[in-house]
Design a protein around this ligand. Structure first.
Ligand code: RAM
Length: 525
């Protein structure tokens, strides 16, 4: 089912000031560092890189940058050597005759060379074009230091002079990014592997996580630059395996907990600037993953007081979701509260949604035990009913696979049922074997988010070699295509895929793709 914009203007939200104050108390310090470009590059055709675009070192030297005068339509691309998140500053002067007209220029920021080759005037996607990282600027007097107020996410900066005048040229010097992150490297010991492929995947995963670790766990520093619950759940797991900044996870949980709807439904994402505002967007499992994130935090760093404090929020959400199940334990999907699973809409998500509920209910019951809620048996009975429906109706023994409502057998259904441990370990191993035989190689899955779940399902069901192979081929392919960080959306069969109708808006540093750091930490060693 397609999920685009949800507009729910009539929904009323709470603002629990006490919980918001706690979120504020855990606001992290943003660390800054000045970085200068490593070289000047030019865009080239490169069939091995994303969308066939790469870069090569220019014959211009970065050390002599102030010797190059740029006139109408001239451009220069600065390469900052790695992915950076921060603000940009450059000094501009002129050479030649007096400045008889303003300087008019475009500055474009790109995470990957493919974005340098794309022109924003051609953009026809359904998300706002305002996400495209470029600025058109007039400067009346030179010399001047141009300090852009916005934060950008990039490795490359293209300076294009749209016009000077035939009498003079623009001269640039001292370009610099002041990077921003709240990731704390001080106590962090990166893991070391003999396998160089694994090392690269791990290192890039850590970098992806760090660049998304800001005032909250952002989904992506280029876009949407906000806190999404589905992303948070995975970021938090990766965080425990790396920087282990528990306070930031708490901050994010408090933000969601403080701003539910009046009924207690949890938003899919929240904004924190200029003030805390929940988005009127709701996704079935994102709401539920508040419970998972709380459970995972308690696993990583037991904190009974926090569980007691946030349990009422988790319970309300659980009760709201339980109403979506009928007397037989079947999920009645609601298109206004869609099951997400992946950006691909090429498969039915009902069975995956049923499994996600089982996955979360098991974690919820552990929280029920922590707080000793007397309603425990009601939840256990509901879990049994919903699980029985999955086992007796959705599972097809003759196929050894779970079906969806329309008798479709897809990877997502198997993966989530395995992650939810609906069947025994032995049965799970055999279901994943059938999945590998019948449904692999993976097709029509568009995000590292779903590839993460496929990989984890292989690990938990005893297919370790297959899991590592999938991780290497999928995340490794993003590296081969030129990624310095991992992408938001990536279908290896359709490398130029975008959920939004244009890759210009895709984010190439997206936190939900950083999970190899967690998977490697948990299952490989
Ligand atoms: C993308 C966002 C976010 C994700 C949603 C569902 O648009 O960037 O990462 O959680 O999809």
């Amino acid at each position: 089912m397609a999920f685009t914009f949800q507009i729910n203007n009539d929904v009323k939200f709470k603002h629990d000031e006490k919980l918001l104050a706690k979120a504020e108390g855990f606001r992290p310090e943003i660390k800054k560092e000045r970085i200068h470009p490593a070289r000047i590059v030019e865009v080239i055709e490169d069939p091995l890189k994303l969308n066939g675009v790469g870069v090569t070192e220019s014959d211009k030297s970065i050390d002599k940058i102030e010797e190059y005068g740029l006139k109408r339509n001239d451009k220069m691309i600065l390469d900052f050597g790695d992915h950076r998140v921060g603000t940009f500053k450059i000094h501009i002067d002129q050479t030649g005759s007096p400045m008889d007209a303003p300087l008019y220029m475009r500055i474009k920021f790109a995470e990957l060379p493919a974005e340098l080759a794309a022109e924003s005037k051609d953009y026809e996607g359904w998300l706002s074009r305002s996400w495209i990282q470029e600025e058109f600027i007039h400067i009346d007097e030179l010399p001047a230091t141009l300090e852009l107020p916005r934060r950008y996410s990039f490795r490359y900066v293209e300076l294009k002079v749209l016009d000077t005048s035939p009498k003079w040229q623009a001269v640039f010097s001292d370009p610099m990014v002041v990077t921003e992150t709240s990731a704390d490297y001080s106590g962090f010991e990166p893991m070391r592997f003999e396998d160089p492929e694994l090392q690269k995947i791990y290192d890039i995963g850590v970098k992806t996580l760090a660049d998304c670790t800001q005032d909250v766990f952002e989904d992506g520093p280029k876009r949407d630059r906000r806190l999404w619950l589905g992303d948070l759940r995975l970021q938090a797991l990766a965080n425990y395996a790396t920087f282990d900044q528990t306070d930031l996870v708490k901050r994010c949980l408090y933000l969601f907990a403080a701003m539910t709807t009046e009924e207690g439904k949890i938003s899919a994402n929240v904004f924190v600037k200029p003030e805390n505002v929940p988005d009127d967007t709701f996704l079935f499992e994102y709401s539920l993953f508040f419970i998972s994130t709380l459970y995972d935090l308690h696993q990583a760093h037991p904190d009974e007081e926090l569980i007691r404090e946030l349990y009422p929020i988790a319970k309300k959400q659980m009760n709201i979701t339980l109403k979506m199940f009928d007397e037989n334990g079947k999920l009645n999907p609601d298109e206004n509260y869609p099951v997400f699973v992946d950006w691909s809409n090429d498969f039915n998500k009902d069975t995956a949604g049923q499994a996600e509920m089982i996955y979360v209910m098991k974690q919820f019951i552990e929280l029920v035990k922590v707080v000793r809620d007397s309603e425990i048996s009601m939840y256990e009975k509901k879990l049994e009913l919903i699980t029985d429906y999955a086992k007796n109706v959705l599972f097809r023994p003759e196929k050894n696979l779970f079906a969806t409502a329309w008798d479709e057998y897809n990877i997502a259904s198997q993966v989530w049922m395995v992650l939810a441990h609906v069947m025994s370990d032995e049965e799970n191993k055999s279901i994943m074997q059938t999945t590998i035989q019948e449904l692999f190689p993976v097709k029509n899955i568009a995000t590292p988010y779903m590839y993460h779940h496929i990989t984890e399902a292989l690990f938990v069901s005893g297919w370790k070699e297959e899991a590592i192979a999938l991780m290497k081929s999928y995340w490794g392919k993003m590296i081969d295509l030129g990624g310095d960080t991992f992408f938001e959306a990536f279908d290896p069969n359709l490398p130029d895929y975008s959920p939004y109708g244009s890759t210009m808006i895709n984010s190439y540093c997206h936190a939900w793709s950083c999970t190899p750091v967690y998977l490697i930490h948990k299952y490989v060693l």
